[in-house]
Ligand binder design. Structure first.
Ligand SMILES: *Cc1c(COP(=O)(O)O)cnc(C)c1O
Ligand code: SF4
Length: 331
């Protein structure tokens, strides 16, 4: 008898993500000759973009803000002074594989090394994920570490993207976390509600709800065009389950460095019950200099947001600085 393996639809979608530059450009009806795109940039950091996300890009538009986030450009190959491979020096706050303990009261678990999308500006594009994924036995050490420190109130699942993991893996990890009495909050940092919304299944939401923890999901959306009806349904499921929804964005040149774009982003997300949380100034990671927005420009944008939006729709402009016990407000 053959066994029928039931692969969830989101995993099929994940495995079918576009990973070839030619194909991406063909689907978008773009002429490679007009672009500064190059497959050479993908040898160290592969191209990866779910088809549902590509479907939200405008055809024939090389400046599309969603495309710019994933398009490998020749600019990435340039070495820029002041940009490094590990600007956050996270290796120093990495007491155990899979665990980063930098900030008071919170630990961050790099639950999964990969993402469903590869964002070209990623601050972790050089982070040694595979070396840092502890495997099942390693998680027990991480859980012991958290259990032994009663100052840890919140566990943050990050990555990579923790929701790339399957439900069984997540459930096993989350239940161990929930069993630690001083941990009251579980936060998940994921771009999947935005880039692969089919990941937000009823069974995932049911599992999370059953944990009896405060639940926070921090999405990562940089532009209002990223939100379509599939994203709306995913966010609605999380919202209905009573999960607090926040968004972090990265300020990116040519993508969201205009006041009207940031206003539209906050308004679009709030319509779906998501509040803006952080707007990150780009970390100085080698290969991402072409996305950098000058600090003065960023501050001018924040001023414009203040004039146009209610206070609760203004994200905090922040930067991560090595050695600081929290993210630093840029002002
Ligand atoms: C951002 C971050 C956190 C969470 O910080 P919040 O200000 O609570 O969002 C925790 N640990 C690390 C290593 C982080 O980078
Ligand atoms: S989803 Fe986040 S961690 Fe993953 S590649 Fe994009 S920016 Fe990096």
């Amino acid at each position: 008898m053959t066994q029928i393996v039931n692969i969830p639809a989101w995993q099929v979608e994940l495995s079918q993500a576009i990973n070839k530059l030619d194909e991406l450009l063909a689907v978008l009806e773009l002429d490679p000759k007009q672009l500064n795109a190059t497959w050479q940039a993908t040898t160290s950091f592969p191209l990866r973009v779910p088809r549902g996300f590509v479907a939200r890009m405008r055809k024939g538009d090389a400046t599309d803000p969603l495309l710019r986030q994933v398009l490998p450009l020749a600019d990435e190959l340039q070495l820029t002074p002041g940009f490094s491979r590990d600007p956050l020096q996270e290796k120093q706050s990495n007491p155990l594989a899979g665990l980063i303990h930098k900030y008071h009261g919170r630990v961050l678990l790099t639950a999964v090394g990969t993402c469903s999308i590869n964002c070209r500006y990623c601050f972790r594009r050089h982070f040694p994920y595979s070396a840092n994924n502890p495997g099942k036995a390693g998680w027990d050490k991480v859980i012991e570490y958290i259990a032994a420190d009663s100052s840890i109130k919140e566990v943050i699942l990050s990555g990579g993207d923790p929701l790339v993991a399957n439900d069984d893996y997540l459930q096993a990890l989350c239940q161990k976390i929930a069993a630690i009495s001083h941990v009251t909050t579980l936060r998940i940092h994921s771009r999947m509600p935005i880039v692969l919304p089919a990941r937000i299944t009823d069974s995932l939401v049911t599992m999370l709800k059953s944990l009896s923890l405060n639940l926070v999901v921090v999405t990562h959306c940089n532009h209002a065009n990223e939100v379509d009806s599939t994203v709306e349904s995913a966010l609605a499921k999380l919202k209905t389950a009573g999960i607090t929804l926040l968004n972090q964005a990265v300020l990116l040149k040519g993508i969201n460095d205009k006041a009207e774009v940031l206003v539209a982003l906050s308004e679009r997300l709030f319509k779906q019950g998501v509040l803006p949380y952080y707007l990150h100034v780009l970390d100085k990671v080698q290969g991402t200099a072409h996305f950098e927005v000058e600090v003065n420009t960023a501050l001018t944008l924040m001023k414009a947001l203040q004039e146009k939006l209610p206070g609760y729709l203004e994200p905090k402009l922040v930067r991560e600085e090595p050695g600081q016990p929290h993210k630093v407000l840029v002002k």
